[in-house]
Design a protein around this ligand. Structure first.
Ligand SMILES: [Cu+2]
Length: 151
């Protein structure tokens, strides 16, 4: 079991590294990884858009998803974008779940920066119900925010 888990981590890292230039790919995880929490529920798409200076948005900026869903963020325009969550604006216990489910974080509850057409998936497997408020680090000041209601 321990060996299988290590293999999964290595496989996910390899996929992440190979992603640049792979711009038409929309799938993200290899099919073989039963330990990955990212493929268990429905996938809900959110676009990240903007003009790089005065406008940045998650589209849609409010979504409602079931427990176990995965939100797939795609960086479309005005990048780089990321998705980060406020530790004090998620339900009790939610931060620990997100920290376990978010890959390649750059800070607490903060996903990596995405360039054109890159995607990032956040699984809400085992996530407590409630509203998770997030933002894009580069564009927080111009109002790039999202509310994800898990119910
Ligand atoms: Cu942004």
């Amino acid at each position: 079991m321990r060996f299988a888990l290590l293999t999964t981590v290595v496989a996910i890292s390899a996929v992440a590294c190979g992603k640049k230039g792979d711009q038409n790919q929309t799938q993200s995880a290899p099919p073989a990884a039963p330990a990955a929490a990212t493929t268990t529920g429905p996938v809900v798409e959110v676009k990240m858009t903007g003009n790089g200076t005065t406008r940045g948005a998650f589209e849609p900026s409010t979504i409602t998803i079931p427990v176990g869903a995965t939100v797939r963020f795609t960086s479309v325009s005005g990048f780089p974008h990321n998705v980060a969550f406020w530790q004090d604006s998620v339900p009790a216990g939610g931060a620990a779940v997100l920290n376990a489910n978010m890959k390649n974080t750059i800070d607490n509850l903060s996903g990596p920066f995405l360039q054109q057409n890159e995607t990032y998936e956040v699984s809400f497997a085992n996530a407590p119900k409630g509203t998770y408020k997030g933002y894009c680090t580069p564009h927080q000041a111009i109002g790039m925010k999202i509310a994800i209601k898990v119910e």
